[in-house]
Every structure is written in C-alpha cells, then in structure tokens.
Design a protein around this ligand. Structure first.
Ligand SMILES: NC(=O)c1ccc[n+]([C@@H]2O[C@H](COP(=O)([O-])OP(=O)(O)OC[C@H]3O[C@@H](n4cnc5c(N)ncnc54)[C@H](O)[C@@H]3O)[C@@H](O)[C@H]2O)c1
Length: 291
C-alpha cells in the first residue's frame, strides 16, 4: 500500500486550503501550487485563521498549529512539483482550466504519481482521458469545510486502476477521514442523492404545500436531519445549486435533476441565499419570506 508522503495540492482557495491543512495535519509535507503570491498569502492567512480558531477553542495547541503551517510550502511554478507522490487538484471548476493544468503537471511528475481532482460536477473520466496515464487518475471529493467534514468520496473513473483506488482509500483513512468509494457519475454519491431531494422540496414549496419554516421544521424533526432543506439551500447558495442540478440534467437528461422554475426565478431576482441576504429566508432572523 502506498502512503503518499509527498503531496501536492493545486489551488489554495476554499477547498485547496482546507485540504492542504488536513494533509499537513497528518504529518505529510504539502506543496501548494497557486497562480500568484497574493493568492498564496491569502491561502496561508485563511489556513492560519482556521488553525488559530482551533487553538482559541482549546482543540489544538500553538505548537500543533505551527507544525501544520511549517509542513505547507507554496509555489507558482509547476516545475516545483517534481517528486510528489500524489496530486490533489482543487482549482477553479472549469474543464479547460483543469485539463490544461493537469496535463502540464503530468509532464513534470513521475510515472507512478497519482493525480486526483476535487471537482464537484465535472466527469473524472473525461479529465483522465486528456492525460498520458489515465489509469493513475481518480477523484477525491472533499466536502466544505474540508478540515471539519469527515466524508471523502473516492471517485473511480472508467480508466482508474483498482490499485490506485485501494491506495487512495487507505490514504483518506490515514487522514482520519471516512472514504466512500463511488463510480464516476454526475454528482457522485452525496450530491447525486441530494439534488433531486432539494429539487422536490423547492417544487413542493412552490406548490404552497407548507411555509419555508414548516418545511424545514418537519424535515428536521420528522427525519432527524441537522438542517432543513430550505435552510441548506440558503447556505449552499441558490445559484450554486441551480448550476449544479442544471449541469447534472444536461449530462443525463434525467428529469429528477431538472431545476424547478422557482430556482431560476430566484437567481434572476438576486435571491441567492445567505450570501445575498435573501433566499428562502430574508436576512438571518426574519423567517418564511423569500418570494
Ligand atoms: N467550495 C465548495 O464547497 C466545494 C466543495 C467540494 C468541491 N469543490 C470543488 O473544489 C474545486 C475548488 O473550489 P473552491 O471552492 O476551492 O474554489 P476557489 O475559487 O475558492 O479556489 C480556486 C483556486 O484555484 C486557483 N487556480 C485557478 N487556476 C489555477 C492554476 N492554473 N494553477 C494554480 N491555481 C489555480 C485560484 O487562484 C483559486 O485560488 C472546484 O473544482 C470545486 O468544484 C468545491
């Protein structure tokens, strides 16, 4: 079993920062690739802020925080990735950007290096098809915020070697996370099941089945979910869910992914959820509004 001691993370944004932190906390050295120094500084500031909060809450020590930060280095030149065992790509969610970068990285790293992507919605099989060694490509789908969320989906592209999947499953376990192996299908497992559920909820809400508060209370108390579906949509962002479910619909033509009309109307109106101050709820205190 390979233990992947030298890990590269591509992108130091929301996910790349969290993933780099998790990998460094497991005792591994991590090199992060970004586009410029400003983004590197921002990435480090975010990771440091997250770790500081852990110290403040008594969950870790200043020495732990410093050790994690010391294991993370950052570069802007792909050539600096030579010698890594595992690459975790977490750059902007665009097929052209990911393909161009992964192809350049594949030229620099060794033949045995495993390349993975944290994409939410792109096909890992399509990405692998653009690379010289598609059997060495898989998906590692972390959830946000990566340091707190326990699940990692290990995504098997059509071409992925079985040994690569076994190594990645053991790597994820070694990070203290719980891996779930899943086929490369739109939405993988969690989002594939989540999207139709959220779409049904939005449609029934639009049919005036119940108020937003009652929908959320009923699901929380009736099913034991931590968060009601409309509160979850406000948290995710109405536009983010609309885009994800529309992409899945375009890829599959499966009606369960077809976005309900209210979603596009809310996006057009700028009701994007918590980030815009209005979604299915208005602000953080007023309840039951939103259309
Ligand atoms: N945010 C989430 O909740 C979430 C959850 C799971 C998966 N994802 C996926 O993770 C990936 C990253 O998402 P994010 O939310 O962290 O995005 P983000 O915009 O916060 O970060 C992306 C980073 O990639 C960098 N980047 C872009 N092109 C690059 C290049 N050629 N070389 C090096 N760095 C480059 C950008 O400068 C940016 O800092 C996407 O594929 C997304 O779908 C996101």
């Amino acid at each position: 079993m390979r233990t992947f001691q030298r890990v590269a993370v591509l992108g130091f944004g929301t996910m790349g920062g969290g993933i780099a932190q998790v990998v460094a906390a497991s005792g591994r050295d991590v090199v992060v690739l970004e586009t410029n120094q400003e983004r590197i500084d921002r990435g480090f500031a975010t990771v440091r802020g997250f770790l500081d909060e852990g110290v403040r809450r008594g969950k870790s020590t200043e020495a732990d925080r410093d050790a994690v930060l010391e294991r993370i280095s950052a570069i802007t030149d792909v050539a600096g990735l030579a010698g890594v065992d595992l690459v975790i790509e977490a750059v902007t969610e665009r097929q052209d950007v990911k393909v161009e970068l992964l192809a350049r990285v594949a030229e620099v790293v060794g033949e045995d290096t495993v390349l993975t992507t944290n994409t939410s919605a792109l096909s890992v099989t399509d990405l692998a098809a653009h690379l010289p060694r598609p059997g060495r490509m898989a998906g590692l789908h972390y959830f946000n915020p990566a340091p707190l969320m326990e699940l990692v989906e290990v995504v098997r592209a059509l071409q992925t070697d079985a040994a690569v999947i076994a190594d990645l499953v053991s790597f994820v376990e070694d990070l203290g996370k719980s891996p779930v192996e899943v086929k490369d299908r739109p939405g993988f497992l969690v989002n594939r099941l989540l999207m139709p559920y959220l779409n049904d909820v939005v449609q029934e809400y639009d049919n005036d089945l119940a108020t937003a508060d009652d929908v959320d209370v009923a699901i929380q108390l009736g099913l034991g979910y931590k968060l009601g579906p409309l509160a979850l949509l406000d948290l995710i962002g109405i536009d983010v869910h609309q885009h994800a479910t529309e992409s899945a619909y375009e890829a599959t033509l499966d009606p369960q992914f077809a976005p309900p009309p209210l979603l596009s109307q809310m996006v057009a109106a700028g009701y994007l959820g918590n980030k815009s101050g209005r979604g299915f709820r208005v602000g953080t205190t007023e309840q039951g509004e939103g259309r």
